[in-house]
Design a binder for this molecule. Structure first.
Ligand SMILES: *[C@@H]1O[C@H](CO)[C@@H](O)[C@H](O)[C@H]1NC(C)=O
Ligand SMILES: *[C@@H]1O[C@H](CO)[C@@H](O)[C@H](O)[C@H]1NC(C)=O
Ligand SMILES: *[C@@H]1O[C@H](CO)[C@@H](O)[C@H](O)[C@H]1NC(C)=O
Ligand SMILES: *[C@@H]1O[C@H](CO)[C@@H](O)[C@H](O)[C@H]1NC(C)=O
Length: 560
């Protein structure tokens, strides 16, 4: 008989527990950060950079990741909402590291995309005021109307498809009110980007009745409160020249003749014209967004299933449908469910990626998830706590992935920071630069010499948004960093920093940025814990606390 010592017994038990929990054979390298998801870092946890302190970048919780996710593309999102300072157009790489972020004059931002116009790639987004009942207006549409935030697609022929919302007055008797009242009409415009003239226009009120809507009229239709009965949120034009548009409150897609504007067919909702071959699951979508053709007979969409007044009637899914226009039948090809059963009460996106994967952005819920084409979850990321989903504190209208190359007109940003009593570091980053492969730390004793007398001190691969170099005592007085391309040429240099003149801010290890009053005790405990561990004063970048303590340390002169 084998005698087990206590130690080996404990090891065996430990391994058994490990195996039972699947730790050694974990299929993915993500994890669920309970503190993050339960709001311990507040509703909008941020990443802090030393060289670019003013950037507002959401800290991610990567719940699941996989090598099968599309890694050659960047992720584009527009975080905004009650807990943010300012809406941001944001580009992340496949590791979730920042590539670029920028606000836009404090305006609301929606729908960041990479689109092609006349052979050139552009970043496109909507910026404006979205306070007009969930619609917005900034870009001028044709005929004196305002372009709305819901969609903006540049077509191969150099035109743009835009959604337009405008108020009309209608007899409301069919929805139980005995007067004429204001109603939001929704318009498709295709505009020539060169002349600004509309080449096609279609308005929902010519083809849809108020009674077809699932949106309760409530107090709307009175005074200046227009009844949002249709709510158009996407337009797609196919190779046949026809338009496919999604109406959130009709629970339907309308297919429109591109020549005559006639309705060719309706899928879903009260006027559905298709026989559902999937036991009702191909036509029961509701409050949906982002409907697109994906090949000749396939349509994809983000099926919210719920809205702000019906939050629990369904679970949000991505939906891929096969449509047969000859037999007028429709069937489900695949469904895409988030593992956390998100109820996406507004907004959202569905993107078919080049490698066949599917990317869903959950709109009002700060999450995006990548699936294999058959619906297996591959990567799952939160950019705000799950406990705050549905509160609109951090949200992104859509989340898409694209290839992008950026060469900023600005110079790289740098800073010197103290890490501990003895060690100091030089940090560099370059907001928007995608082509930097290496950073070279350079030093000079005399900026007035030939070429500034810059000498290489160290070099390292660019591994994330910010790169740090250890500062040695032997280094000269002036330091800067040079960004180097893959092929070896220099892309730009940061402004020189005079080490002797550097007034240094001590950086805490805290990740807290926004104080959330509800969770103050948890956060205070965290702060107290960190303070004991670090043993020195913390600087808290807390907006709620105006009198935050800031401690300045002077960088000691480097002895020669
Ligand atoms: C669209 O209208 C044109 C002109 O009437 C017609 O020739 C065409 O067949 C229609 N397309 C569809 C798909 O109904
Ligand atoms: C069809 O849907 C109904 C509910 O709508 C359900 O009760 C039934 O089990 C489904 N049938 C099949 C074959 O899935
Ligand atoms: C560089 O030259 C300027 C004047 O040309 C002078 O004021 C400055 O002190 C010089 N700097 C160094 C580091 O020698
Ligand atoms: C720079 O050089 C030193 C060796 O002198 C090395 O230990 C260090 O890791 C290098 N890289 C950085 C990023 O500081």
């Amino acid at each position: 008989m084998v005698r087990l010592s206590w130690t080996s017994f404990l090891v065996v038990v430990g391994v058994a527990i490990g195996v039972a929990n699947g730790i050694p054979s974990k299929p993915f390298d993500g994890s669920y950060d309970f503190g993050y998801e339960r709001n311990a870092y507040g509703p909008h946890p941020l990443v802090v950079f030393k060289s670019a302190t003013q950037l507002e970048v959401p800290k991610l919780d990567v719940l699941q990741s996989s090598k099968s996710c599309e890694s050659s593309l960047y992720t584009l999102l527009t975080p905004r909402g009650g807990a943010t300072h300012e809406p941001q157009a944001t580009i992340l790489d496949s590791n979730g590291d920042l590539i670029w972020t920028s606000g836009w004059n404090g305006q609301q931002l929606y729908n960041l995309m990479v689109q092609e116009y006349k052979g050139e790639k552009y970043l496109t987004f909507w910026a404006g005021d979205d306070a007009v009942g969930g619609h917005g207006a900034e870009v001028r549409a044709a005929y004196g109307l305002d372009a709305d935030l819901h969609d903006f697609r540049i077509t191969p022929s150099g035109t743009a498809l835009i959604t337009v919302y405008h108020v009309i007055h209608k007899d409301l008797s069919e929805v139980g009110k005995n007067h004429i009242g204001p109603v939001w009409d929704c318009v498709i415009q295709e505009i020539d980007l060169e002349t600004g003239l509309a080449v096609f226009q279609w308005q929902a009120s010519d083809h849809w009745n108020l009674v077809d809507s699932y949106r309760e009229i409530g107090d709307d239709g009175e005074g200046d409160r227009a009844y949002d009965y249709f709510h158009m949120n996407s337009i797609d034009k196919d190779a046949r020249g026809n338009y496919l548009t999604s109406s959130r409150y009709m629970h339907s897609l309308t297919y429109i003749n591109g020549t005559t504007g006639e309705v060719i067919w309706i899928l879903g909702g009260k006027r559905n014209m298709f026989r559902d071959l999937s036991n009702g699951t191909a036509t029961n979508f509701a409050y949906q967004h982002d409907a697109r053709w994906s090949g000749k007979d396939t349509i994809t969409l983000f099926d919210n299933g719920v809205d702000d007044v019906h939050r629990d009637i369904a679970t949000t899914r991505g939906l891929k449908l096969r449509v047969d226009e000859n037999t007028m039948t429709v069937s489900v090809v695949a469904e895409y469910f988030n593992p956390h059963k998100i109820h996406g009460i507004s907004q959202g996106s569905f993107q078919s990626l080049p490698n066949g994967n599917v990317l869903l952005g959950y709109g009002n819920s700060a999450a995006f998830t990548e699936f294999s084409s058959n619906g297996e979850v591959l990567c799952d990321t939160h950019f705000g706590p799950e406990s705050r989903f549905g509160t609109a504190e951090v949200q992104s209208y859509r989340v898409y992935k694209y290839e992008w190359h950026g060469m900023p007109k600005t110079s790289p940003a740098s800073a010197i920071r103290r890490n501990s009593r003895r060690s100091w570091s030089f940090y560099v980053s370059w907001n928007g630069a995608t082509e930097v492969s290496k950073w070279i730390l350079q030093g000079s004793e005399d900026l007035n010499g030939t070429d500034g007398g810059w000498k290489e001190l160290n070099r390292t691969d660019r591994l994330g948004f910010e790169t740090g170099f250890e500062i040695l005592e032997t280094y000269p007085r002036y330091l800067r960093a040079a960004a180097v391309h893959d092929r070896g040429y220099m892309l730009g240099v940061s402004e020189p920093i005079d080490v002797e003149e550097t007034e240094e801010q001590f950086e805490p290890t805290s990740v807290l940025n926004y104080m959330d009053r509800e969770n103050l005790p948890t956060q205070l405990a965290l702060i107290a814990g960190s303070a004991i561990v670090v043993g020195i004063i913390l600087r808290m970048g807390a907006v709620a606390w105006n009198n935050r303590p800031t401690v300045y340390w002077r960088l000691p002169t480097v002895p020669k």
